[in-house]
Design a protein around this ligand. Structure first.
Ligand SMILES: [Fe+2]
Length: 183
């Protein structure tokens, strides 16, 4: 059960701005978790092309965290993490998968790319809605910062999806070789 004390200042949400601050604080928690998770993913995977997609996004994620801090500061708020259960769940599932597939590096690479894409999709949907709210609040500077984050999430998701096609072929080829050997 989610604790109400996890909300900043434990205030009730009664206005659009309070809702926005709450959602930004959840994204602030999610981005911090993803930052750590991406470092773990980078270490877990062996495919250099996949590593080269993850690596620059680690730096971008650091910038996303800074942008969220700036957004909160524009609104006169101290950055405060509000637990994002969806982000925590996605990371936990990814870790579980990496352990289950540990004996086959190609399976781990494919799994990392798929879980990373799921994380990007969550971020994309979240930023799209935050932008809509910020537009309603007529906060042009905040919209700009959110759009910067959204653009980089979309570009990363696109690169990962392209990678998945290659990684799937690698897995299939490895499967075929294993089957041929066992005959
Ligand atoms: Fe991301």
């Amino acid at each position: 059960m989610v604790q109400l004390t996890e909300r900043p200042a434990s205030k009730k949400i009664t206005t659009l701005q309070q809702q926005f601050i709450y959602e930004v604080s959840r994204m602030y928690d999610a981005e911090n978790r993803f930052l750590e998770a991406q470092q773990m993913m980078w270490e877990c995977c062996q495919n250099n092309q996949l590593k080269s997609v993850i690596e620059p996004h680690i730096q971008e994620t650091e910038q996303h965290v800074d942008n969220l801090e700036e957004i909160l500061s524009i609104l006169g708020e101290q950055p405060q993490r509000v637990t994002c259960d969806v982000a925590a769940g996605l990371i936990s599932e990814c870790q579980k998968f990496s352990l289950l597939g540990a004996s086959n590096p190609k399976i781990v690479d494919l799994g990392v790319a798929i879980w990373h894409t799921k994380i990007e999709q969550l971020e994309i949907v979240s930023y799209r809605f935050l932008i809509k709210i910020a537009e309603q609040m007529q906060q042009a500077q905040i919209v700009q910062l959110l759009e910067q984050n959204l653009r980089q999430e979309e570009q990363t998701a696109q690169k990962l999806e392209q990678m998945i096609t290659t990684l799937l072929q690698d897995c299939k080829q490895a499967d075929t070789k294993t089957t041929a050997k066992s005959r």
